[in-house]
Design a protein around this ligand. Structure first.
Ligand code: UDP
Length: 329
């Protein structure tokens, strides 16, 4: 039986990856320090004999006994509001933790995949973004703590691959959504749906002309799985190229939820990328992968999930905390 270590396992993506690898018949060791993760995402797995949860901060030396076949490094705050609140931890999990996990992979002769991000392209001047675009990142801006940590993580991973011959994979993840996102994580989809459910107006930042391209989580997980099983060590974009402005997205959420609320406009956060869409030519060719679930279907499933949450989750934060988030230079 193959054994896999998943860091950030109690998070949105980590928990879906736990499900997938258990379904593939593997043993899963799930690690999370629960800074931004939520044990509710893993509760359904706690009785599974092939699943073990370890509460641990992987910025410290990581020990796993016995053999290990795969490591998936998905621990990191991942929403702009989170990495503004906890900038040092964001930098540490991108740097110290990756060093520990690459060391562990080398020790165990395990294959490792790291969660990178479309944020390595910063506010992109090339559109859509292919993997060979080097990006436009402000290293000292508020988002730099995430963007540069992830860029360092990629550099460190390639160094271990080239110097030690380690089997490494790098997935550059574009905006992803689905069940188990944190309702109060500040990202646009949970923000809008949370506002609609609470009967608040929807906060569009800036004039709403900035674009994003949203991928449903099941598609993303499939892409990650295929990449891990491939023999390709360079970074690969996984995301859905279906691009939309944030203003249009707000309208879709208003329609989806049937809310009577309106859109209100707030300051655009510093260094907010103006446009983002993955070029997935490489994933199509290499992995025979492309997204299958369109936004209307994905949004329906996500909305069902948010509606099923207990009332207190909806009010864990009473409103979007854009005041902290949208600090101007
Ligand atoms: N955004 C918004 N209202 C919100 C939260 C976010 O208009 O309540 C915008 C944000 O400024 C950005 C886009 O939605 O342009 C996506 O933001 P998110 O935080 O989801 O992720 P990002 O893609 O910026 O990392």
């Amino acid at each position: 039986m193959k054994k896999v270590l998943i860091t950030g396992a109690a998070g949105f993506l980590g928990s879906h990856l736990c499900d997938r690898f258990l379904k593939e018949g593997m043993q899963v060791i799930a690690m999370d320090n629960l800074i931004t993760g939520d044990m509710d995402n893993l509760e359904h797995l706690l009785g599974n004999e092939n699943f073990r949860f370890v509460r641990y901060d992987v910025t410290n030396f990581v020990h796993v006994s016995g053999e290990l076949d795969y490591i998936l490094h998905f621990a990191s705050p991942a929403s702009p509001i989170d990495y503004l609140k906890i900038p040092i931890q964001t930098l540490k999990v991108g740097s110290l933790a990756i060093h520990n996990l690459l060391g562990l992979a080398k020790e165990k002769n395990a294959r490792i995949i790291i969660a990178s991000t479309s944020e390595v392209y910063g506010d992109p001047t090339v559109h859509p973004q292919p993997e060979d675009y080097w990006g436009n990142v402000n290293p000292v801006g508020p988002r730099g703590v995430y963007d540069e940590a992830k860029r360092f993580q990629e550099a460190m991973t390639m160094a271990y691959h080239r110097y030690h011959g380690l089997e490494t994979r790098i997935v550059r993840i574009f905006n992803t959504y689905g069940p188990r996102m944190r309702l109060n994580d500040g990202r646009v989809l949970p923000a809008f749906i949370g506002q609609a459910l609470r009967g608040e107006d929807l906060t569009v930042f800036g004039d709403g002309s900035q674009t994003r391209s949203f991928c449903f989580v099941d598609d993303l997980v499939e892409g990650i799985y295929r990449l891990l099983m491939s023999d390709y060590a360079e970074p690969v974009n996984i995301g859905n190229p279906d691009e939309i402005t944030i203003r249009e997205f707000a309208d879709e959420i208003i329609k989806l939820t049937g809310t009577d609320q309106k859109v209100i406009y707030r300051d655009l956060p510093v260094d907010d990328p103006k446009q983002r869409r993955p070029d997935i030519t490489l994933a199509r060719k290499l992995l025979k992968w492309e997204p299958r679930i369109d936004r209307s279907e994905g949004l329906k499933r996500t909305y069902e999930y948010f509606k099923s949450l207990p009332e207190e989750k909806l009010y864990q934060t009473s409103h979007n905390t854009f005041e902290n988030y949208a600090r101007k230079k």
